[in-house]
Design a protein around this ligand. Structure first.
Ligand SMILES: [Zn+2]
Length: 591
């Protein structure tokens, strides 16, 4: 089976190991050096085809150093250019000497003023989905796994870390050696360089962050070791040795990225009250679903994300209790309903098994895979019982460890090993309607949250005229506040918005999730006093999950669109290419 997002032909010749030797040049915004690939030639083939995007290749050598003939093919939109290298059937290794482009999409170069420390530059990569090829020539498909090692040379005084065994101290010469002994797909290749510090969080966990942030991060993430222990209890051993989290500067476009051994995380989870750490449970859960058993192509994305959301909520339940994880599930249902509404209930993009033919997976793979996948797995759990489902999952992770999985294979396993053993389960679950059908099937599980029912009573009381300051909100968690804000009526007046702001100081909230919901309401109800906070928020961080809805909401009106353009002109240079691509689209921005 071919991956439509890769030029590689791993069925003929497959890469088994990568050895990188790269110099990090902060002045030129360039990574340069060599990548040596150990190959296995299954077919006696004479051409190795790799993925590249924006790489300049100076020469290619085989085994002991003989020069090889190579050619870069024609550029294709978002896929880049195939690199074809002539090999002999007995060739064992190929070395590519190359440099990345200064605008490589995977690599973000931050000037010192874009960091917390303000004195040193910072670099981080984001390879998922098909951006590894912008900094490493490789078979850039999630269906191909390789081990890797790397030598990374950085300016003295900076620390380099990778999705590998990591140093915890800055070296004197700026040279670092890395080893990743477990085979991983290319989208999990990751590198970050900066003025970083490290704190241990327990037996096999720790946190890296810029030095001024590292203490705060260690406090916020103190529950990490408990989460690892809970996860192992659920679905078997953590197979990657150490689990660390790297808290990045604010321009990181995602909440988290599950780079193995080293989750990359947004600093917007540092709320000061440990209320946003479900993100860590999510990225940790990827150490099983995604990193250990991997979607074979980006069409199978829900195998990574749906399983991970399910697993994340099970970890949260184990550590913080069922009422807590049920609040998360209710918010998830709201997200699911919202994405289905946005895409259209009959849209092909609401099937779990996607068809991304002709499209960039970064733009097309959406939130739906996460929550529709979660609710299918929850339905199966509720149908066959938790004990049977857990046994199935544990066995699934064991049998397929370090392999890729297609939707078709998974569905066959679910039928053969689970549903067929429980009378009537097949009919109750209706797998095909979920996997190959649109929207939210009618047998979707119901989530009941007593805590949220209390929140809904307070929303109603406010609607009926109770003053905001007299609402009963004592002890509310972040999730209850989010539910409250999402539930506010469309008919809210500016006066009511002001009353809420006076009572709860939403415009000044230091909690990114609460502030985001408030700003959405503020745009909706044209509540001007929040516009300074809105501009600040859009300038201060680059997380796409926050940026996209805010810019979209602004763009709904003429005045909002011009406000959005004004802010974006200032913010755009600080955003990651992934976020820029999304916002360019929304505002029809031509750089
Ligand atoms: Zn995920």
């Amino acid at each position: 089976m071919r991956d439509i997002h890769s030029f590689a032909r791993p069925d003929e010749i497959v890469v088994k190991h990568l050895a990188l030797d790269l110099q990090v040049d902060f002045d030129a915004h360039r990574l340069s050096g060599s990548a040596t690939l150990q190959i296995e030639n299954r077919s006696g083939g004479r051409e190795l085809v790799l993925d590249t995007n924006g790489l300049s290749v100076s020469r290619v050598t085989l085994d002991s150093g003989a020069a090889a003939t190579f050619a870069l093919g024609e550029e294709q939109r978002y896929l880049g250019r195939p690199l074809a290298i002539a090999v002999e059937p007995q060739t064992r290794s190929v070395t590519i000497h190359y440099a990345s482009s200064p605008d490589a999409a995977a690599v973000q170069w931050l000037a010192p003023e874009q960091t917390a420390g303000g004195r040193q530059p910072f670099l981080f990569t984001q390879s998922q989905a098909i951006l590894a090829r912008t900094w490493v020539p490789c078979q850039d498909s999630p269906g191909v796994r390789m081990t890797y090692e790397a030598t990374i040379r950085v300016p003295r005084g900076l620390l380099a870390v990778m999705s590998a065994e990591n140093p915890t101290e800055t070296s004197t010469d700026g040279v670092y050696h890395f080893r990743m002994p477990q085979p991983i797909p290319s989208y999990l290749l990751a590198l970050a360089v900066g003025d970083l510090g490290f704190r241990s969080l327990g037996r096999n966990s720790g946190v890296y962050a810029e030095k001024p942030v590292v203490e705060k991060a260690a406090w916020e993430l103190a529950d990490t070791q408990r989460m690892i222990d809970a996860a192992e209890e659920l679905y078997g051993p953590y197979r990657w040795g150490q689990y660390d989290i790297l808290v990045l500067p604010p321009s990181f476009p995602f909440g988290g990225m599950e780079n193995p051994r080293l989750t990359f995380a947004t600093p917007t989870i540092l709320a000061g009250d440990r209320s946003l750490v479900s993100l860590v449970a999510h990225e940790l859960a990827h150490s099983w679903s995604g990193n250990l058993v991997t979607n074979a192509t980006w069409n199978d994305f829900w195998l990574n994300e749906g399983f991970t959301v399910y697993f994340e909520r099970r970890i949260m339940e184990a550590v913080f209790g069922r009422p807590y994880s049920e609040m998360l599930a209710r918010l998830g249902m709201q997200d699911l309903e919202h994405s289905v509404e946005e895409l259209g209930p009959e849209s092909r993009d609401t099937h779990l098994l996607l068809d991304l033919t002709g499209r960039d997976p970064d733009e097309a793979a959406n939130k739906l895979a996460y929550e529709k996948g979660y609710f299918l797995l929850r339905l199966i759990e509720e149908t066959v019982g938790r004990a049977a489902f857990d046994a199935f999952l544990r066995d699934y992770f064991d049998r397929h460890a370090f392999q890729s999985m297609t939707t078709e294979e998974l569905v066959a396993e679910m039928r053969g090993r689970l549903l067929s053993k429980h009378a009537g389960a097949e009919d109750r679950v209706r797998l095909d309607a979920w996997v190959h059908g649109p929207g939210i099937p009618s047998n979707v599980p119901r989530v009941k949250s007593d805590a949220f029912e209390k929140v809904e009573e307070q929303v109603k009381a406010f609607e009926r005229g109770t003053a905001a300051s007299r609402l009963q909100t004592t002890g509310w968690s972040t999730h209850e506040w989010i539910h409250f804000l999402r539930g506010l009526p469309k008919s809210l007046t500016v006066g009511q918005m002001r009353q809420l702001d006076d009572a709860f100081h939403f415009s000044a909230s230091g909690n990114s999730e609460i502030l985001h919901e408030w700003l959405m309401q503020s745009i909706q109800h044209e509540y001007e006093p929040a516009y300074d906070a809105l501009e600040q928020f859009l300038l201060a961080q680059g997380r796409r999950k926050f940026l996209k809805p805010l810019y979209e909401k602004l763009a709904e009106s003429e005045a909002g669109r011009s406000r959005a353009s004004g802010i974006y002109a200032k913010a755009r240079p600080t955003y990651h290419s992934v976020s820029r691509g999304t916002i360019d689209n929304i505002l029809k921005w031509t750089p």
